[in-house]
Design a protein around this ligand. Structure first.
Ligand SMILES: [Zn+2]
Length: 279
C-alpha cells in the first residue's frame, strides 16, 4: 500500500454537471475521505454520500441547489453508503444500488428501492449513467459509467494512490482481477475513484494494479515454497516485507484472498489451518 497524494480540495467541479464533494472522514483506510459525486444541474443524482455525517449530507443538499432525485451507491461498506438512507429520506430521492450482503463491515441500512444489474441505465438531467457489475473488493460492488464523458466512477474498485483491501469471504481476489480486466476493456478516458483524485490514465493505472496483484501472488507462491505448512498470520511477514507492521492485520486479509485464489487455481491447499503449495 502506498501513500495517498496531497490534500484534496473539499469541492471540485470536474465537468459541466459533474461535481465532487469530499466527505470529512479522512483516515488511514479512506485517505483524504470518501468522494461524493453529484451529477446534473436542474435535477441531481448523488453517488456515495459516505458515512452518516449530518454536516456532509447538508453540504450535499446545499451544493446540489436543485432537487435530488436519485441516490446511488457503489457498495455497502461503512465509508460509502450509510448516508444514503437519510439523504433519500430528507429529499424523497430514489435509492439505487445493490443490497448489503450478510457479514461484517456491511451497512445493512442500505436497502435499494431499485436493484441495479450490470448494464442498467439511469438518466438524470440528460446525463446517462450505466451500472457496471464489478465484484471483488465487495461482492455487490458497482462502478458507474458516465456515457457521454466516457468516465467511470470506480468506488473502491480502483482508488487513487493506494491499493484496496480484499477481505474474504465477501472480498474475492479471483473476481477482483476479472473485474479489473472488465474495467480495462471498457477503454474509458478517466476514472473517478471513491478516494483520491481523478485518474486520467485509466489503462495504465488498471494495468499497474493487475501487475501489482500478480506480483504479490508470485511472492505468496515463493513464500509458500520456502515455508510449507504455515498459517496465514505467520506467512504475512514473508509476503509483505514492504509494508508497515501496523498494517499486518489488513495485509493478512488480502493474503488470505490470494491464498484462496491459489486454492481455486489448484496451486495451494489448506490443511488444518496451514497452507502449502501444490504446484
Ligand atoms: Zn469498500
Amino acid at each position: 500500500m502506498s501513500a495517498f497524494g496531497p490534500k484534496m480540495p473539499t469541492f471540485s467541479q470536474l465537468a459541466p454537471g459533474v461535481r465532487r464533494l469530499l466527505a470529512p472522514n479522512p483516515s488511514m483506510m479512506t485517505g483524504p475521505g470518501t468522494n461524493t459525486y453529484l451529477f446534473g444541474r436542474e435535477e441531481i443524482a448523488v453517488l456515495d454520500p459516505g458515512p452518516l455525517i449530518e454536516s456532509h449530507l447538508r453540504a450535499i443538499e446545499k451544493i446540489a441547489a436543485a432537487p435530488i432525485r436519485q441516490v446511488l451507491v457503489t457498495h455497502t461498506h461503512p465509508d460509502h453508503s450509510p448516508g444514503a438512507v437519510e439523504l433519500a429520506r430528507a429529499t424523497g430521492a430514489e435509492l439505487l444500488g445493490r443490497p448489503a450482503p450478510k457479514g461484517e463491515h456491511q451497512d445493512a441500512t442500505f436497502v435499494p428501492h431499485r436493484v441495479l444489474d450490470d448494464g442498467d441505465r439511469i438518466l438524470i438531467d440528460g446525463i446517462e449513467i450505466e451500472a457496471i457489475s464489478t465484484p471483488g473488493h465487495a461482492s455487490n460492488h458497482l462502478c458507474y459509467r458516465l456515457l457521454e464523458l466516457d468516465w467511470i466512477c470506480t468506488g473502491d474498485h480502483v482508488i487513487d494512490g493506494s491499493t484496496v483491501v480484499i477481505d474474504p469471504p465477501d472480498g474475492n481476489m479471483t473476481h477482483y482481477l476479472q473485474s479489473l480486466e472488465k474495467l480495462k476493456n471498457l477503454n474509458c478516458s478517466a476514472l473517478l475513484p471513491g478516494h483520491g483524485e481523478i485518474i486520467r490514465d485509466a489503462e495504465r493505472s488498471i494495468d499497474w494494479i493487475i501487475n501489482h496483484r500478480l506480483e504479490r501472488e508470485e511472492k505468496v507462491v515463493a513464500a509458500l515454497g520456502e515455508n510449507p505448512d504455515i498459517s496465514t498470520d505467520r506467512l504475512v511477514p514473508h509476503v509483505y516485507k514492504d509494508i508497515d507492521k501496523n498494517l499486518y492485520g489488513w495485509a493478512e486479509r488480502s493474503l488470505l484472498a490470494h491464498l484462496l485464489k491459489l486454492e481455486d487455481d489448484g496451486k495451494a491447499e489448506c490443511i488444518a489451518g496451514n497452507w502449502r503449495s501444490t504446484a
